[in-house]
Design a protein around this ligand. Structure first.
Ligand code: FAD
Length: 307
């Protein structure tokens, strides 16, 4: 019941100000966010690499209001690509971007986002790594997939994210299950209307399995973005059935979530990638994590009471 309230709050400026200013918020945020600066993020990335865990790094920023903020996002990712190259981390670390932070929701946003993200994708290729386009609310899917298509024409390794809660996603999986395609499959983290998305959790789970079957049977590289033990087990079963070797798909989980399970999968010989967010604009990301899981919210509330 609280999930939709928290998702609505994730887009409220008033609540953003209150939550961001509360001194108790910081330690809880630190559990999900790898610091505010690039240096802190790289420290976390090195620690994960030491445990055999690859990463995809997200510079936090979304819902921007003018084009100069989009340039700030672009520049932060260019600095990140340079740092990854300098540290020789290109093979272990890729980058995740939200096109809204590149200007997608501004006037002429589709072209603006493409123009701003293109140099980042070029810099990633030079650094020996790649970029995955996160998926945001359903109104952005067509634009994001069109930008993906344009980027993949020159950088075929550019990754996509598909959300199983959307009715359209099985079809999108079929379209993106071809050779060289990299697709992260997630359940979906935004509040979506019943006209476009399943509302019932079991329906979302069933759709996830249908999408997983399409991607695992295809010729692309599926990235299983879920903490759900059932989805992990079904992936392993499908990999066996489809004759996929452990380097022909990967598991992805969020930084700070189910860390023991991340290590267990690595120890079993699986490729595991943690999604590592950093930056000062953590509010929207943090609120979506609280909305996803009552236990995350309980952790936050407990820390309010115990201080
Ligand atoms: P849920 O359906 O939330 O939970 C199922 C089960 O998983 C639970 O019963 C529990 O057993 C286990 N579980 C889940 N969370 C936890 C936890 N915190 N601790 C312990 N056990 C847990 N969404 C988007 O809309 N766009 C994106 O681009 C996007 N990128 C993502 C990238 C990655 C790498 C990941 C992992 C998620 C991403 N998401 C994205 C979020 C995603 O859509 C879901 O909201 C989120 O992953 C929760 O769904 P779930 O499949 O993990 O498990």
């Amino acid at each position: 019941m609280l999930g939709p309230v928290l998702l609505a709050a994730s887009r409220s400026d008033g609540i953003r100000r209150i939550v961001s200013a509360a001194p108790v918020t910081r330690p809880v945020v630190d559990r999900f966010v790898a610091g505010e600066r690039l240096g802190e993020c790289l420290t976390a990335v090195r620690a994960l690499a030491g445990r055999g865990i690859d990463v995809t790094i997200d510079f936090l920023g979304e819902d921007i209001t003018d084009a100069s903020e989009a340039l700030r996002t672009r520049d932060a990712y260019l600095a990140l690509a340079e740092a990854l190259a300098g540290e020789g981390l290109g093979e272990r670390a890729e980058m995740s971007v939200k096109l809204s932070a590149f200007g997608q929701a501004l006037p002429d946003g589709h072209d603006l986002a493409y123009r701003n993200v293109l140099p980042v994708v070029e810099a990633a290729a030079e650094a020996g790594t790649t970029v995955t386009l996160d998926m945001e609310d359903h109104t952005t899917v067509d634009s994001t997939l069109a930008i993906l298509g344009e980027l993949r024409a020159r950088f075929p390794q550019t990754g996509a994210v598909l959300q199983s809660y959307l009715f359209r996603t099985e079809e999108d999986c079929r379209a993106l299950a071809g050779e060289g395609s990299r697709v992260r499959l997630v359940k979906g983290a935004y509040k979506e209307p019943a006209t476009v998305a399943y509302q019932d959790k079991h329906e979302v789970d069933r759709a996830y399995v249908r999408c997983l079957k399409i991607l695992m049977a295809g010729k692309g590289y599926p990235m299983i973005g879920s903490h759900d033990p059932r989805m992990v087990a079904i992936t392993q079963e499908l990999a066996h059935r489809c004759g996929r070797k452990p380097d022909e798909y990967e598991f992805q989980m969020l930084y700070g979530i189910r860390e023991a399970e991340q290590e267990r999968l690595v120890a079993e010989g699986h490729r595991m990638r943690a999604y590592v967010p950093y930056g000062t604009d953590w509010y929207g990301y943090f609120m979506r994590r609280l909305a996803e899981r009552p236990a995350n919210l309980a952790f936050f509330l407990r820390s309010l009471l115990t201080r």
